[in-house]
Design a protein around this ligand. Sequence first.
Ligand SMILES: Cc1cc2nc3c(=O)[nH]c(=O)nc-3n(C[C@H](O)[C@H](O)[C@H](O)COP(=O)(O)OP(=O)(O)OC[C@H]3O[C@@H](n4cnc5c(N)ncnc54)[C@H](O)[C@@H]3O)c2cc1C
Length: 468
Amino acid sequence: MKTSRNSSTFDLVIIGGGSAGYAAARKGAAEGLKTAVVEGGKEVGGTCILSGCMPSKALLYASEVLHLARSAKTWGLKIPKAGFDFKAVMARKKVVIDDCVQDRCQGLTSGKFKFIRANARFVDAHTVTFSEAQPGAPESIQAKHFVICTGSVVSPAAVPGLAQTGYLTSEDALSLRKLPKSLIVLGGGPVALELAQFLRRFNVEITLIQRGGQLLREFDADAAAVVESVLKREGVRIWKDTTLTKAFRHGRNKGVAFEHGGKSHRVMAENILFALGRSPATTWLNLEKAGVKTDSGRILTNAHMQTSAPHIYAAGDCTGPHAIVHIAVEQGEIAAHNIASPSARQRIDYRLLTNVVFTDPQMASVGLTEKEARTKKIPFKAASYPFNDHGKSLIMDATDGFVKLLADPASGEILGGTCAGVLGGELIHEIIAAMHHRMTARELALMPHYHPTLAEIWTYPAAELAGL
Ligand SMILES: Cc1cc2nc3c(=O)[nH]c(=O)nc-3n(C[C@H](O)[C@H](O)[C@H](O)COP(=O)(O)OP(=O)(O)OC[C@H]3O[C@@H](n4cnc5c(N)ncnc54)[C@H](O)[C@@H]3O)c2cc1C
């Protein structure tokens, strides 16, 4: 490692101060490494806080309260005019985000590690230089180890004419000043569905166009169908099995042309939301200078989060394979721990992989889905129970959907759970805990559950699987 004037040397330099980077920095410093974090964004916070989980869930929750207020009659209540002030809705969201940003800034400047505000790129395997640096940043920095945590960016608009036509990204949709009258949503994944429902409940006419035959393709088809039917009931027009051919302008409106069932179709709206995915933010890093291999931009790592350059690790969306915050945090912690304690290395384990979509009803799964078990030929038995036959959900008039459990046919160990229903993102945690402790369906069924709660719904499929 060469040293140069104006350069500092660290045990560990983390590039990116989002969920993965912040977790790696805390872990590295706690395990005694001289650590620095480099963050190049205009604002500090990363995707989760600034333009992902927090703003989207804050807005979805507002839309859910509005929906409940509009449905008050169900419980015999009179709320004659449930309306909204969109500026105030956005202002409330900003209060939540500002609070999180402040917390993250405090953590990053706590003095436990050096915090540098600049964009980093490799010049060789042990050195990064900076651009757009804020005052006080060195010209370059050297380290024995790196963890790359640069996250992801919205994928380029791969629809002919879309760039020229103009479109909104998820980030734009989460900071709208004025609601469009109508919107075409391109995509059928979590971000597309969450934004479609939030905007629909704020009276925007939504047409959602999805390439494949199933929305939320990471879930079982029966679970995805629950959300699809609710979105349709609320007035979202959904096209599946389509091939997008072009986007275009027509007067003050924008349009999308696509093929479906052997015919050509066109839909028009005031604007288009492009929600067809994100790509790793790695193009600017000069990774070839550091000897780090990628596949379509995604940094390749082993289960220790180590890249092809043994002293460089990666965590979070820039490496994948799952763009989920708690995975980014776990990967970041494992990377920093493995650098600090090479004799006690940890591996990332996706056995308890959890997915949640915060539509209403929510979609959540942990571990195996039926689809995955079939593809991988893993033996399983499954049992389901519907929310329309369950005490607490009847009280709440939240009767859409079901819960499903998968268990090993020989040992009875729970292999996976899905909740397509009210507060699924909360309910799934019971199954995460059960699977973490490798509980059997019988043990879950016999565990006490308070009545009447939503959580007790899990006892029905558990009892069926256990033959009780
Ligand atoms: C609309 C939306 C909703 C979402 N909702 C959820 C949800 O509900 N639950 C969930 O688990 N996940 C959700 N996600 C995904 C989640 O936000 C990401 O998986 C997570 O934030 C990734 O964390 P990260 O640390 O890998 O990247 P980021 O948080 O994006 O951090 C990367 C950081 O690196 C910085 N950076 C990039 N390049 C450089 C460089 N060269 N030098 C210095 N700094 C650099 C960036 O400025 C950024 O701050 C959502 C995503 C979106 C877009």
